[in-house]
Design a binder for this molecule. Structure first.
Ligand SMILES: NC(=O)c1ccc[n+]([C@@H]2O[C@H](COP(=O)([O-])OP(=O)(O)OC[C@H]3O[C@@H](n4cnc5c(N)ncnc54)[C@H](O)[C@@H]3O)[C@@H](O)[C@H]2O)c1
Length: 382
């Protein structure tokens, strides 16, 4: 197929490009590098069948040319990451709604198929897992900016259905559940790369809330494999699919697992949501996908174990994190740890960073020896 990936220099987009090329398809990728990077696709540059266009999906003339040359458009470009959305609400609304309209309109004119990237966030605070595609959306108040993401993505889904029904546009909607893997950045609030980087640098692992909230993390390779299979399956047209792995873990256990896998001396630090993000910030307690529809349609569902996924992420970050490369992590017994970056602070004894006595106790139990007190603490970076 001749594929166009919007957001092709992003985390999932770059893996999708790689998988499509490996399967013999040609790929054009457009990205404005807002949250993506050239580094994500450097290894694809010059490969036969691959083309990168630095540009904006909102540029209709450019999109017209690109869509005209394509059979399938994978629309991944979006404002993503809780941190990014809260910092750029206007641009986020414009990117997530207007850009999708541009893609659907051009695809409709040029008779291209569309695979639209949506998100498990559209289920909002509905934490009765496992969530199936027909589960209710329980979205919080508009004063809380984080719900902007869920609402704009849900609007994208309505738009896609409207183009499908009124213009017979072949669309497939995919709802990604916490997709993780090498090349994902922790800069915009994504929990796994943030924890891994903190662990590798022996900095405090910053847990938002009490850590009891649970998520299911999906390996990006599994996710893009599902997406490609759906794009090739006629029965998927006009349908929405959860794409996720059923293995559930609390954020506290995730932090502990990453500490164990990296042999890190990082302590745990709990940060209340309204300090981490914004006043009144809400999070869902549990988010588990029901992937029976996906499995019934393509005979497959993501299943890479979390531990294997984390090892790949750790390895990748160890090989690419400039700070680690410049000052390699010295791994010794905790008691003799050598701090190669700014050292970790103990979880604060201030009430504001300690959500509950029970959690504080858990943190203390799982916290290795503190660094020498003469070294200054590191502030939370998100
Ligand atoms: N990673 C996840 O866990 C996850 C979960 C649910 C949904 N999604 C969805 O998957 C898609 C890809 O997300 P990702 O995790 O790879 O994030 P990402 O930030 O790495 O990818 C998004 C890409 O879109 C680009 N972009 C943004 N606005 C653009 C514009 N106007 N024109 C051109 N490019 C633009 C960014 O530069 C970035 O490269 C998004 O639609 C996101 O909503 C991701």
């Amino acid at each position: 197929m001749r594929a166009l990936i919007t957001g092709g220099a992003g985390f999932i987009g770059s893996h999708l490009a790689e998988a499509l090329l490996a399967a013999g398809h040609s790929v054009a990728a457009i990205d404005n590098l807002a949250t993506g990077s050239r580094g994500n696709i450097e290894h694809l540059m010059g490969r036969p069948g691959f083309r990168f266009v630095e540009g904006d999906v909102l540029n209709e003339a450019q999109m017209d040319r690109l869509v005209a040359e394509s059979e399938v458009v994978f629309h991944l470009a979006a404002a993503v990451g809780v941190r990014w959305i809260i910092d750029h609400p206007l641009l986020s609304i414009r990117t997530n709604i207007r850009a999708t309209e541009v893609v659907l309109e051009q695809a409709s004119r040029h008779r291209a198929r569309v695979v639209l990237a949506s998100t498990s966030e559209v289920y909002g605070k509905n934490d009765h897992g496992p969530l199936s595609e027909n589960s209710d959306s329980v979205i919080g108040p508009t004063q809380i900016t984080r719900w902007l993401y869920a609402n704009t993505k849900a609007t994208d889904e309505f738009l896609a259905y409207a183009y499908h029904r009124e213009r017979a546009l072949p669309v497939v909607i995919v709802r990604f559940f916490n997709t993780v893997g090498p090349r994902q950045t922790g800069q915009y609030g994504m929990v796994v790369p943030r924890f891994v980087r903190q662990a590798l640098r022996n900095e405090p692992i910053t847990i938002y809330g009490d850590g009891g909230q649970s998520r299911c993390f999906t390996y990006v390779g599994d996710a893009v494999r599902s997406v490609i299979r759906l794009a090739e399956t006629p029965a998927a047209v006009g349908e929405v699919f959860n794409i996720g792995c059923a293995q559930e873990i609390t954020i506290l256990d995730l932090a502990r697992k990453i500490i164990a896998l990296t042999g890190s001396a990082s302590p745990l630090r709990f940060i209340p949501y309204d300090q981490a993000y914004e006043r009144g910030f809400e999070d869902m307690r549990r988010r588990v996908p029901d992937v029976s529809k996906l499995r019934a349609t393509i005979g497959y569902a993501p299943h890479t174990p979390l531990e294997e996924n984390l090892k790949r992420i750790i390895q990748h970050m160890q090989a690419t994190d400039q700070q680690l490369l410049l000052r390699p992590l010295v791994k010794t017994e905790h008691a003799h740890i050598t701090y190669t970056t700014e050292p970790a602070a103990r979880p604060s004894s201030q009430a504001s960073t300690t959500p509950s006595p029970a959690r504080a106790e858990e943190a203390a139990l799982s916290t290795p020896s503190p660094p020498p007190s003469s070294l200054s603490p590191v502030a939370a970076d998100d």
